[in-house]
Design a binder for this molecule. Structure first.
Ligand SMILES: Cc1cc2nc3c(=O)[nH]c(=O)nc-3n(C[C@H](O)[C@H](O)[C@H](O)COP(=O)(O)O)c2cc1C
Length: 175
């Protein structure tokens, strides 16, 4: 929901991939494009995959990872758009299957019914991406309207350098 200051609200869902250490780049880019940002991380991602204190300082909000207690107010307004970056093999498959066992996946599952734009930046090794379940998940989520970036394996190229992870691509995909 658009914030009182007039800014639309973006959920950034962070999964437990090594590249998550750089998620601050996405948050900064989103803020520069005038999004208000709230971060929802998987429980595994909260366990050392990124600098949670820096992200909270940058967004001015606590990171959400667990459900609120009944009776507590909703910490974030409803989203105007959602980005999941990085998206892991695990979370992509659970999302497609509707297995809402973390707040992060439950939030992604809800986006379909909310009808808000959703962009996903998977970071999945080629060996895992070859699994038929993963390919089926991509087909299902695309059919639900999810906008995916190009595949990114996180593996070094022929020159030994790791390619750039296109953080800002997520924002471009939102349209
Ligand atoms: C250092 C490290 C890096 C990882 N990087 C990736 C990755 O790039 N992509 C991926 O799908 N899983 C990766 N994993 C495995 C996930 O962390 C694991 O599947 C986890 O259960 C994912 O949980 P989540 O989807 O709830 O965040 C990595 C694990 C470790 C320890």
């Amino acid at each position: 929901m658009t914030e009182p200051d007039g800014k639309p609200f973006l959920y950034v869902v962070v999964c437990a991939a090594g590249i998550a250490a750089d998620v601050g780049r996405l948050i900064t880019a989103a803020q520069e494009r005038d999004w208000e940002v709230g971060v929802i991380a998987t429980p595994v991602a909260m366990n050392g995959f990124f600098d949670t204190a820096a992200v909270e300082a940058r967004t001015g909000r606590r990171i959400r990872s667990a459900w609120r207690s009944p009776g507590d107010p909703r910490p974030f307004p409803p989203p105007d758009a959602v980005v999941v970056a990085p998206a892991t093999f695990n979370t992509v498959n659970k999302w497609a299957a509707g297995l809402a066992d973390t707040l992060a996946v439950a939030t992604l599952c809800e986006t379909y019914g909310l009808g808000v734009p959703v962009a996903a930046l998977p970071c999945v090794a080629d060996a895992l991406a070859a699994h038929p379940a993963y390919q089926d998940s991509l087909i299902r989520l695309r059919a639900m309207g999810v906008r995916f970036s190009e595949p990114y394996s996180g593996e070094p190229g022929e020159d030994g350098a790791r390619p750039e992870f296109g953080w800002e691509r997520a924002l471009d995909l939102l349209g």
